[in-house]
Structures are given as C-alpha cells and as structure tokens.
Write a protein that binds this ligand. Structure first.
Ligand code: ATP
Ligand code: MG
Length: 503
C-alpha cells in the first residue's frame, strides 16, 4: 500500500518521532511531506492530492480547531488525523465532529496505532465520499422529479422537501422542514383539506397507501387540483420508518376534462334539440297542411254550389294556414341564425307609434277579431333607431302569445311609453298565465309551459323575443299569475347603433 502523507507539525522532535514510527511499519510504503505552517499545508494541498494529513492543531500561524476547519475548506475530501496532547481529549472529540476522521494522542503513539489510525482515516474518508456521491445522485433525482415530494416522519413532520415542491409553493426549505406537513399554507384552503391530509398521514403510518384528488391553495391564491398520495416506507420487520408524500398538479387535466364534459353536454343538448325540432316541425306543419288539403278538396268538389261567402271562408282558411306556415318557417330561420350566431342587427329610423299601430292591426286581422287589442301610446318623441325586422318579430310574438293564451273576448293591450332615451313596450293579457315552476325556462327554445293544454305552439317565439331584446341592448321583464294574466315589458334604448349588437 502506497500512502502519501502530509505531516503538519512545527515541533521537529514530534515530527522525527512520527517519521521513525512510520519507518518501523511493515507492509506500508509511504511518502512523507513535512510542513511547519498552516499556510504551507494549504499550499501543498492546493497543488497535489494527499491520502492523509497528520495535523497538529497548534501551529505558529494557527491554533486550535480553526486549524482544522481552515484546512478542511481547501481539502474537504482528504482524510485527516488530528494529533493532540494528553490533556486535549475534548478538543480531539470536537475535531472528529468537525470532520477529522480520527485523532491520536501524542505520547501514546505506537507504530501499530499510527498505521491503524491512518488506514481507518483513509477508509472512512473514502466511504464518506461514496456516501456523499450517492446522496448527490439521489438528491438530483429527488429534486428534479416532476412530483412535489416530501419525506415525512410517521407523525407527519417534514424531513426533506424537493426543489419542485419549494418552487411550486414559493416556500423556503427552512420554513418547511421540521414542521407538520399540514401547517403549510398550501393546505389551508379549507379545514376539510387539512383533515383529509391528517387522515392520509395516519393511514400511511399504519402501513397503508393513501391517495386522493384534492383542491389546494396555489401560491398566488389560485385553486389547484392535485393527485396526492402518502406512501409508507417500511424496514425488514414491517415497521414504518418514513412516509413519502407526493403531489402532482392535475389542474390542467381537470380543466380539460371539465371542458370536454361541457362540450359533451352541449352536443347532447343539440341532438335533443334536433330531435325536438323534427317532432315539432312535422307536428306544426301538419295542422295547416291538413287545413289546406281539406279546404282545397271541398272547394274543388262543391264550390260550384256554394255561396261566395262560404267559398271565401275556405279561401281565408287556406291563406291563414299558409301564413302560419310562413311565420313558422321565418321563426325556424331566425332560431337557426341565433344558434349559429349569425343573426344580423340592422337599425333603421322608425316612428314607433306608427310601427306599433301597424303591428297591432296585423295581429287583429290574424285574430279574426276574437280579442279587442288596444294600443296606447304615451310620450312625445317616438322617433327611434331600431332593427325593424327584429322589432316586428318581438312585438308579433308577444302579441300572438297574448292572443293565443287568453280566452276569446278578453282584452289585450299594447302600451308604448317613450320617455327620455327609452321606449317601454308593455303587452298585457288576461289569459292563462304562466305557472311559477315554468317561468325560468319559457325563454328556452321549444320549452312550453305545463298549462298550455291543447293550444298549439312550437316554443320558439320567446327565444326570438329574448334575443331581439338583447340585440337592441334592452331589458325584458315579466309579471304573470296563473289564471289571471301576463304582462311582458321590454325596455329598449330609443337609439340603437349597430355596435350595440351583443353576442
Ligand atoms: P310559438 O313558437 O309558436 O310562439 P309558443 O307560443 O308555445 O310557440 P313561445 O312563444 O316561446 O312558444 O312561449 C313559450 C311558452 O311560454 C308558451 O308555450 C307558453 O307556455 C308560455 N307563454 C308565453 N306567453 C304567454 C302568455 N302571454 N300567457 C301564458 N303563457 C305564455
Ligand atoms: Mg308564441
């Protein structure tokens, strides 16, 4: 065995003695470099490696434990054996604590003791280096893992925390290590989260694996969802020594999942809508088509013997049926545009008073005078800028509902008030009203209240009304009582710009 020794000793007698003792050793080949000052020792160690340093702590340029610490700084991996006096046992032990591999007491040194101390020191130093290397490797894996990882005692006290976890939580290791894991801010989102964590620690300390998905508090106050687990680490007898707590941020995945679920729900809704649409269209078109077929057939077969009045009744029936189908087609088209978000908003100058009386007249004709529809106007300026087609659809649908859902002979009112910069349209009937349970949903396409009985309809009108009001940047309100009547109030700005369109 070839050993390169740096002897740091200012007392020539002690140095000679050591050299002689080494001469006497068998089976060891060595090279000895002797220096008297600490700065010389530092110089040598900086230039070349030594297997071991034999170090006297009291030198002309340094004394006590400082000699050791300064030398350790330049040669952290070199084995060191401290030489102390007879009465310096305490210093000797302290120097081992500070990183010396061994100590020998001057005056008690034999060749055997010296060689043994040198050999053990070199071995210990090598083992220590290997340990440090292995620790460095494991630390690298521990720190660079994507998971937020902590090592815990079975009681839940943090022993180690990896870099990922520190970066993620914005914490410093010294504020985490040595404290219960549940005291960390990330776990303070709710008492439930802390409780679940404690339960996880308890379960793992009994030797069982624990795993949950849980919401925690991110470092900037945002809520994050993590896949969290606590694993027990056991010794050969099955005793739990450590717990490994791991968390993986799955917020993005969760968000994507929620997005997919939303899309699926929307898809489902759309396919239900399509199904309802087909049923509705076939049903709603069949009634006027049957009327047309019936009246046309009668006219063909019997009209030669009929009076003009009777003929006219059937022609009117046919025309009304065609009108109903045209309106239905128009509604379907508008709903299609609403669904596809392609409905255009084109405001034009309108005199609201004239416009409303014309709409009322049309409706009165449609109704065949079964209800008295009164139009009341209040205000002075009714010059407006609105989308004519949408406004016609809005008022037309509200008035046709009022007609359709109230008994023959009951009055219907359209009240228009123009004040300041607003126009308020009130459509009032004394009809069947809308049950409380249905009120929220009547704006949905195809939704019809539960009290409509045999009154026919598609459930498209109010969806169009709602959108028309939105596009004008207005508000819609409803007061209704079942069996007593309904009032719809639409408040629109008198002047609407095309930029008002809301999507
Ligand atoms: P259509 O598409 O042919 O207008 P509809 O009248 O059934 O069919 P909407 O106008 O959208 O559809 O109205 C939805 C539902 O709201 C109606 O089915 C009805 O239940 C209820 N409703 C609307 N207006 C009134 C009203 N004035 N009185 C009572 N119920 C009403
Ligand atoms: Mg309607």
């Amino acid at each position: 065995m070839w050993i390169k020794i740096l002897l740091v000793e200012d007392n020539p007698a002690d140095a000679d003695l050591l050299a002689e003792l080494l001469e006497l050793s068998a089976g060891v080949e060595w090279e000895l470099v002797l220096v008297e000052f600490l700065h010389e020792a530092i110089g040598h160690l900086a230039k070349q490696p030594f297997d071991v340093v034999l170090l006297d702590l009291s030198l002309p340029d340094s004394s006590g434990l400082e000699t050791l610490t300064r030398l350790r700084e330049v040669a952290p991996d070199t084995a060191m054996v401290v030489m102390t006096g007879l009465d310096d046992e305490a210093i000797a032990l302290e120097s081992v604590r500070l990183g010396a591999q061994d100590y020998i007491v001057k005056g008690q040194i034999t060749t055997q003791l010296l060689v043994k101390a040198i050999r053990y020191a070199i071995e210990r130093s090598q083992t220590f280096q290997m340990l440090r290397e292995s620790e460095r490797r494991f630390r690298a894996i521990f720190d660079s893992s994507f998971q937020l990882t902590k090592l815990l005692t079975p009681e839940g006290i943090v022993l180690e925390v990896n870099q990922t976890a520190l970066e993620f939580t914005g914490m410093k290791a010294q504020n985490v290590v040595g404290r219960p894991i549940w005291e960390q801010p990330i776990w303070q989102l709710s008492p439930l989260a802390t409780e679940q964590l404690k339960e996880g620690v308890t379960q793992a300390s009994r030797g069982e694996f624990f795993r949950i998905e849980i919401d925690l508090l991110g470092k900037s106050g945002q809520i994050i969802t993590v896949d969290f687990s606590v694993k027990p680490v056991k010794n050969d007898t099955g005793q739990v020594l450590l717990l490994i707590a791991e968390a993986r941020d799955i917020s993005d995945r969760k968000r994507a999942e929620a997005e997919i679920l939303k899309t699926l729900a929307r898809e489902k809704e759309l396919s239900e809508l399509r199904a309802k649409f087909v049923t509705m269209v076939s049903h709603e078109f069949r009634t006027p088509l049957t009327t047309i077929q019936f009246s046309a057939g009668l006219l063909q077969d019997y009209s030669s013997n009929w009076s003009e009045d009777k003929k006219s009744t059937h022609f009117v029936r046919i025309q009304l049926a065609i009108k109903r189908m045209t309106e239905l087609l128009e509604d379907i088209l508008v709903i299609g545009k609403i669904e596809a978000n392609t409905l255009k908003f084109k405001p034009v100058p309108l005199n609201l008073e004239k416009f409303c009386s014309q709409v009322v007249e049309d409706q009165q004709l449609n109704d065949g005078n079964q209800h008295a529809i009164s139009f009341i106007f209040e205000g002075s300026n009714c010059e407006a800028q609105m989308d004519e087609k949408l406004l016609r659809q809005m008022l037309g649908n509200l008035l046709s509902n009022a007609i359709k859902y109230s008994p023959e002979g009951t009055p219907i009112y359209l009240h228009l008030t123009c004040r300041d910069s607003e126009a308020v349209f009130q459509i009032k009937d004394s009809g069947i009203g809308i049950p409380t349970a249905d009120r929220e949903r009547i704006w949905e396409t195809f939704y019809r209240a539960t009290n409509v009985g045999t009154i026919s309809g598609t459930g498209l009108g109010l969806a169009i009304v709602k959108r028309a009001v939105e596009m004008h940047g207005g508000k819609l309100a409803i007061t209704t009582q079942e069996g007593m009547g309904t009032t719809f109030t639409a408040t629109l700005p008198l002047i609407c710009n095309s930029s008002q369109q809301q999507d």
